[in-house]
Design a protein around this ligand. Structure first.
Ligand code: PHB
Ligand code: FE
Length: 325
């Protein structure tokens, strides 16, 4: 396993630190992240790179593969992580120009977090919709630790129950998003048998979600064994191209998302899915996908957290599609 090296402390002419991870070197200038490795280099627009990096860090490398773009990304082995260039790019593979190194997950995440913190300026929030944040470009201008160290709210009981996480409202810094002004904010009536007032509860989940201030960031809101329901609000485009290592289901709760679906290994196009409210899709275990949301939309992502799944799919003991029509 290769070595992980922390930030070097020195800054370049634009005020940014450079980072090394094994044979990979990461530098940023006013517009781009510049990545190099033994035998190659790659340039990515820095706003795109930081949006992808934010998700990779916050999701602890997620399920399977996080392609930052067609060249660079990470594959999660749940303990270790592959960092690669060109590994899932048919052109790089054909010319034997791909490069991959394996690291400890925790060290890599710490380095990526340090890079994210150093490269994100005061007015840029990588989780925000582009129309709701300032620019990522230019020379170093302050920090935005509040945004890049954001933690999800953790509830011990159902949100809104006594002594736990309050429901989102206008008074606790959670206004309804500008694109969800039409979402009914009414709350359900609850009629509880005497003695159960502290145990029975209900709330308007569409109202709750309409007040989310982040995009493309699924949050676990119910966990039953390995079944995780993860709603999220989506605007503009999924900042990563996700390569699945298991089947994943989508339920379109509102508005519309357009998905590009490609072969996971090569990126060859496989399908386009235009999902409208009420549509349900199962994304196969051998694809990569990227979503595009012209207007802020509500999406329910249904994940299966069973840790034996990647191996079962890799060994073809399970079919990549869950349903045959
Ligand atoms: C996905 O890769 O399936 C995914 C990731 C983030 C989202 C939605 C879907 O917000
Ligand atoms: Fe996915």
């Amino acid at each position: 396993m290769a070595e992980t090296t922390r930030a070097q402390g020195k800054t370049n002419q634009y005020g940014y630190q450079s980072f090394t991870l094994g044979g990979f070197r990461f530098e940023r200038d006013e517009y781009f992240a510049q990545i190099s490795w033994p035998g190659g280099n790659h340039t990515a627009p820095v706003d795109k790179f930081l949006r992808a990096l934010m998700r990779d860090v916050a999701w602890n490398f997620f399920y399977g593969t996080v392609n930052f773009d067609e060249v660079f990304g990470t594959t999660n082995h749940y303990g270790t992580v592959d960092v690669y260039a060109g590994l899932y790019n048919a052109g790089y593979r054909a010319q034997n120009k791909h490069h991959v190194e394996t690291f400890k997950g925790e060290q890599t995440r710490a380095l990526f977090q340090a890079m994210l913190e150093d490269w994100t300026n005061a007015d840029f929030d990588p989780f925000a919709a582009p129309a709701e944040t300032g620019t990522a470009f230019g020379a170093k201008r302050g920090d935005n630790f509040k945004a890049v160290r954001r933690q999800r709210v953790v509830a011990k009981r159902m949100v809104g129950l006594k002594d736990d996480t309050p429901l989102r409202n206008d008074d606790n810094g959670c206004p309804v998003n500008r694109q969800f002004k039409d979402v009914d904010q009414g709350e359900p009536e609850i009629h509880v048998e005497p003695g159960f007032e502290n145990e029975v509860h209900a709330f308007n989940f569409f109202g709750y979600l309409s007040r989310s201030d982040v995009t493309w960031n699924p949050s676990i809101t119910s966990a039953v064994k390995d079944s995780l329901l993860c709603p999220t609000t989506e605007e503009y485009m999924l900042p990563i191209i996700h390569g699945n290592d298991r089947v994943e289901w989508f339920v379109q709760l509102s508005d519309e998302i357009h998905w590009d679906i490609q072969d996971r290994e090569t990126g060859a196009p496989r399908a386009r899915a235009v999902m409208k409210p009420g549509d349900v899709s199962a994304m196969p275990a051998d694809i990569r996908h990227q979503g595009f949301s012209p207007k802020r939309a509500m999406l329910l992502v249904w994940e299966n957290a069973d840790s034996t799944l990647p191996e079962l799919y890799a060994q073809k003991k399970l079919k990549p599609n869950p349903v045959d029509f």
